[in-house]
Design a binder for this molecule. Sequence first.
Ligand SMILES: Cc1cc2nc3c(=O)[nH]c(=O)nc-3n(C[C@H](O)[C@H](O)[C@H](O)COP(=O)(O)OP(=O)(O)OC[C@H]3O[C@@H](n4cnc5c(N)ncnc54)[C@H](O)[C@@H]3O)c2cc1C
Length: 482
Amino acid sequence: MITGGTYPVRELVQSYLDRADFVVAADSGVETALSYGISPDLVTGDFDSLSDESILERFDAGSVRRYERAKDETDTEIALRLAGEAGADHVVLVGGGGGRVDHLLGIASIFERERHPDLWITDASAVRALGDETVEHGAIGETITKWPRNTQFFSSPEWIAIAGVPIQTVGQEIVTGEQYLAYLRQLVEVFELDVRTYEPVAAIEGRAGDFLVRTCDLAGEAHEYRARTIVLATGDMNRPRRLEVPGEDLPTVTHYWSDPHRWFQRRLLIVGGRNSAVEAALRCWRAGVKVTLAYRGALLDEKRLISRLHLEIDLLVRNGRIGFYPLAEPVEFRPGTAVLRGVSGADASAEAARAAHGGRARVIEPGSTVEIPADFVYLATGFEMDQSLYEAIGITSEGPELRPTHDVATMESNVAGVYVVGTAIGGNQRGYKVFITTSHEHCLRAARAILAAVGGDSSRVVDSWVGNHPDRDYPLSSRDVE
Ligand SMILES: Cc1cc2nc3c(=O)[nH]c(=O)nc-3n(C[C@H](O)[C@H](O)[C@H](O)COP(=O)(O)OP(=O)(O)OC[C@H]3O[C@@H](n4cnc5c(N)ncnc54)[C@H](O)[C@@H]3O)c2cc1C
């Protein structure tokens, strides 16, 4: 949506247009759109701010929705409503900066309504609407708080220790999410870290040397912080990757699970075939759940799975203990059942799928559907990164995984003074390469670059700032990790 007022630079607008299916211009927004070489799909408003109304003659009559000057809605509200009627599910509002205070207040108040833009960018600032998923964020180790109970890390404790503080456990075992959260709480206390929990960053304004960070706390109160430098470590698991099929929002269908107890002696369909899906299948089966797995791939691939998981799942599918539909995708969830459709395999043929796991996999003809019993469904379909904050401040993304653009030597993004570390640099990674184990180094690089940029002594940054106790630290290449 392009509205009246002052605007961001053409390049920033273009980055949104490249992904837009539909462009609406409100009132004098049409002049800006045309000056930027954009032809809106729809123009609307009372057009009282147009310098020359003949500009509207360039559009078909069906693309112009004119309203009276005396009306209950502002031109921006009308455009928002029409965008909603056209089916928009993500609205970026461009313009409306500077200029008239009444317009500014009008747009600001839209954010209090049910239908509001997801992002508003002007020449000087950007405002992002907080979605439910952002408000959920907020405890120390938030991502790990969402893991199922008693989930074990696959990495050894020495690979996931941070700040040079070892993770000691009673039995020297691999740690669980709960143990790691306790370790994180301890680090916060020992290092007296000032973490403002439950206070998501809503917007970042300004530039290197003088940023203004706006947040909103649990009580809905707004806060502002000034910063010379910003490090974004916002992770890559901000929301589940939805399948967008009917029934996905049924109360019996979930992207998260906590405890197999809830599904004891019930029929559970797990969608997915990577580590999370297989681990859930094994744990639930062991707890007395009747488990079926459905996966787009042709087989539960030993190259992609942790070996102990592969050994067990192969054995249980071979023995008919866990049902397995390869080359299958769900097309609908109904109370008590799920509809699966056969797909053509990209990585192996249907023959290979039939031959795998002792010939016990149930292959559906490509395009055909079967309805299977499923009291509950767990969708282990992965997670996505929420990049709206990145987009709002002009951080571009690269490649099919939409990795935030950054200099690997310094971790500085394409926006000066804003650094990106941790899994956030991986974007929507498919084959996981960036995780805790491979992220320690980011912090050192960013710390050195930041100190150098602000005139500090970067030689003060020592390797023991990250990773494990020095006695039990050893270099680990990405190849070792894989
Ligand atoms: C089941 C499972 C097992 C795993 N096992 C391992 C393992 O063995 N080894 C390993 O290395 N990795 C493992 N991982 C991956 C690991 O969880 C991640 O690598 C790790 O959490 C990434 O850390 P991070 O700090 O980059 O991001 P996160 O842990 O995702 O932290 C990002 C933080 O930013 C916050 N945030 C986001 N947006 C905002 C905002 N706008 N304002 C304020 N805060 C915000 C979030 O709330 C969150 O707390 C596993 C993951 C899963 C799901």
